[in-house]
Unconditional design. Sequence first.
Length: 259
Amino acid sequence: MDYGIKGKKAIVCAASQGLGRGCALALAREGVELVINARTAATLDATADAIRREAGVAVTAIAADITTPEGRAAVLAACPDPDILVNNAGGPPIGDFRDWDEAVWMKAVNDNMITPIMLIRAVVDGMIARRFGRVVNITSRSVKSPLAHLGLSNGARAGLTGFVAGLSRQVAKHNVIINNLLPGPFATDRQVDGLRKLSAKAGQDYDTFAKARMAEVPAGRFGTPEEFGRACAFLCSADAGFIVGQNLLIDGGSVNSTL
């Protein structure tokens, strides 16, 4: 299936590994030229090389912290007029809200709400002028089904979701389409790290704890970055122009909800 985006330009944030890398690779396979970002240069460069070899597209790697004004400026300097923006940043730490002071909350809101909004602000008018734009924000299933140990994520990402709900409907008439992807349990380094912390808190060994969590997923497994990336690529496609301001759960059925 031709997604109609060959030759388009995309910024994919936090793309050196995990879900961000899955999105970058899926877009590259559709012929999209990439600017990818992450903080660790060595890991990012290795990812860029791997994508170039597999997909044969131009990939520019910008090692910077996307949650800072300087990091965003560096990425936007490399791709000032993207057709596609995939917002992603490392999620805030898990824990008990009693342990989070104001500084921790400010960082969570900056990383997972303000940063994507600032990137959208920087590129949306250009997308409107060209009459094509796709923005996908990687948020979390906790937006629809809050998890107690993810209070920082629950709050910050819900704020982004509320903002997107309004803006997406203002710009859709210009063929600028904004949606959110809500991942559940995926086989990523971040998922493993979180499960290790939770298993230690519960006094269980990691393998037993992880298998029990996997058994709770109706699909009977954790998701893969590759299938997440393919969902992202579809939302970025020319065929997704009538999907506006939606929050797509991609969680193996973990959130038990009719709507």
